[in-house]
Ligand binder design. Structure first.
Ligand SMILES: Nc1ncnc2c1ncn2[C@@H]1O[C@H](COP(=O)(O)OP(=O)(O)O)[C@@H](O)[C@H]1O
Ligand SMILES: [Mg+2]
Length: 294
């Protein structure tokens, strides 16, 4: 986007990042840089380590080895003030994570008063400014359960913005939403990008990545397989794994003739026989698997 013309100083620098959960070597040596004003989208199959990568950047997960610098501060240094560094990063999750017992307005003020020490008036003014930006001012007295998923996610974005972050991290912010609600959240994100916010976005919204990202990172198996402009990575990928992934994402129902997988057939045979898989509560034995995204 236009923001790339002003891209300058390095906001995040990741060098040789590894993360293991027990014997599961989830991140296998990642290197990445995010510059001021850039929008970087991370795509890749489910389980490839995208969320873990994002969560390492704000130390929701502790890296096993490697270095992560945010604004020049080494977050993996035991002496660093991680709370101060985290304050510069807004995080938006797939599942919104709003406080259910607080109104929309209070959701957007509580961290401002408790963490940043702002007065109630100051916090409310900031919250209202951001609720307006995400188009949800009229709901400030509502509670999260009274809102649609798309509205809740816009509140979550307003809440994060109210902390005046230097960087926004998004982990599949639209994948829990009904399809008709996705557009509102994406347009808020598009607007943030055009205003110059530095954004690191895990997403499977290929049209959004193509249009808004300055750079796309394709991950598979805990590695960055391919990285470049959206035109390169999504339009003309060079790596075979990227091509296979994109084909699955862009045409999820496509099945090579004769290549129907065995598990899929089994499920359908079970269905036809009226079989119910007790291990999948509520699914009645039907195939409920996704498209391999996530
Ligand atoms: N807290 C955790 N404890 C153990 N294993 C985890 C944890 N978080 C993620 N993993 C494992 O790390 C791998 C990558 O997961 P994740 O980063 O969530 O991938 P993605 O977001 O690309 O779907 C998966 O094998 C997952 O099971
Ligand atoms: Mg994930």
């Amino acid at each position: 986007m236009a923001a790339s013309t002003t891209a300058g100083s390095t906001v995040v620098e990741v060098v040789d990042l590894h993360k293991s959960f027990g014997s599961n070597h989830v991140l296998q040596g990642l290197n990445a840089t995010i510059r001021q004003g850039e929008v970087v989208c991370v795509i890749g199959p489910s389980g490839s380590g995208k969320s873990t990568f994002l969560r390492c950047i704000n130390l929701l997960e502790e890296p096993t080895s490697g270095s992560i610098k945010v604004g020049g501060d080494e977050v993996t240094d035991p002496d660093c003030d991680i709370d101060a560094i985290r304050r510069n990063m807004g995080m938006v999750f797939q599942q919104f994570n709003l406080f259910p017992h607080l109104s929309v307005l209070d959701n957007c003020t509580i961290a401002q008063t408790t963490v940043l020490g702002r007065s109630k008036d100051e916090a409310q003014a900031k919250a209202r400014e951001n609720l307006e930006k995400v188009g949800i001012s009229e709901k400030e007295s509502a509670f999260p359960a009274q809102l649609s998923g798309g509205q809740q996610q816009r509140v979550a974005i307003a809440r994060a913005l109210s902390m005046d972050p230097k960087l926004m991290l998004f982990d599949e912010p639209t994948s829990a939403l009904d399809p008709e609600l996705v557009g509102d959240v994406l347009s808020v994100m598009r607007r943030l990008a055009s205003e110059g916010m530095t954004m690191f976005v895990v997403t499977h919204e290929m049209a959004f990545a193509r249009e808004v990202a300055d750079r796309v990172i394709f991950m598979d198996g805990g590695n960055i397989v391919e990285e470049g402009s959206p035109e390169q990575v999504i339009g003309t990928p060079t790596e075979e794994r990227t091509k296979v992934f994109l084909q699955r994402v862009l045409d999820p129902t496509h099945v090579e003739p004769g290549a129907e997988d065995e598990a899929y057939l089994k499920r359908h045979v079970a269905d036809a026989a009226g079989g119910v898989d007790e291990s999948l509560p509520g699914t009645h034995g039907r195939y409920t698997g996704g498209s391999g995204l996530g």
